[in-house]
Design a protein around this ligand. Structure first.
Ligand SMILES: [Zn+2]
Length: 270
């Protein structure tokens, strides 16, 4: 049995990559492995689909993607295709600031570490079933800009972690919506992130909404696509109100604007 299979894939660091394998009635399961991410694809009327994430820090080059097919009445078989990770230079800004803005007290370092632990636990709670469906929505109505994912800042010659989300313009009190259907896996008030909501969309896909002024959902709650989850604000370590919208796919930090269905940048900002 031969199927029309995937050809070579290409992506830039920080990209969510949509995979689709044409349907074949004889297949019972299709699974993907890429850089330690293991994903069972979901079935739809058209075939099998899922997302894999190319982390922001992946070096350019060719990486194997193993596709495993499980036919109902035949031996399982695998196919290896290449993922071509291309070069992407994200902008770097150098800033000189007073040390108090870059140095954390021991107490705040402790708080940030405790936050990090909780957040990493939330990332690991992704459902194997897809909650997400179709296109993802930009979580602030009418806003299309905020494409600063991956930007690097160097404070007083010390490079910081690259920006792992997109900062969307949003005045305090602006309604923030869930980008897709999902389950709230964590809410709280965090040192860097302020009031924040973390949503699992299933199959390794999570989105997060930071610096809110108000949270209107609770952990464990199922969300419809477009449901209001809270209001924009300026909580946490920020200089003004905006929404930091982040996404993880298979644990990789990806640009939320690379999720399926979001128009390309050039379409939005001439
Ligand atoms: Zn941000």
């Amino acid at each position: 049995m031969l199927l029309p299979l995937l050809v070579m894939l290409s992506a830039i660091p920080g990209q969510a990559v949509y995979l689709e394998v044409p349907g074949a009635p004889e297949l019972e399961a299709v699974a993907i492995e890429f850089k330690g991410q293991k994903l069972a694809l979901a079935s739809s009327d058209d075939g099998w689909f899922g997302l894999i994430g190319v982390d922001l820090d992946v070096a350019p080059g060719l990486y194997p993607v193993t596709v495993s097919y499980n036919p109902a009445d035949d031996e399982p078989y695998t196919e290896v295709i290449d993922m071509d990770v291309m070069v992407k230079e994200y902008p770097t800004t150098k800033l000189e600031v007073a040390p108090k803005y870059v140095e954390l007290s021991a107490e705040n370092q402790q708080r940030a570490a405790a936050d990090r632990k909780l957040i990493n636990e939330a990332y690991s709670k992704t459902s194997p079933e897809p909650y997400w469906q179709g296109v993802f929505l930009i979580p602030v109505n009418g806003v299309t800009g905020g494409r600063n994912f991956g930007h690097r800042r160097v404070f007083n010659d010390q490079p910081r972690a690259p920006h792992s989300g997109a900062d969307l313009t949003a005045a305090t009190g602006t309604e923030i919506i869930a980008s897709n259907a999902g389950k709230v896996v964590l809410t709280g008030d965090f040192f860097f992130n302020g009031l924040a909501v973390f949503v699992d969309h299933g199959m390794g896909v999570l989105t997060m909404y930071l610096h809110l002024s108000e949270i209107s959902v609770s952990t464990g709650q199922m969300l419809r696509k477009g449901e209001v989850i809270g209001l924009a604000g300026a909580t946490g370590r920020v200089t003004g109100p905006h929404l930091h919208w982040g996404a993880r796919v298979g644990g990789a930090r990806v640009d939320p604007f690379s999720l399926p269905g979001i128009p390309a940048e050039e379409v939005l900002s001439p």
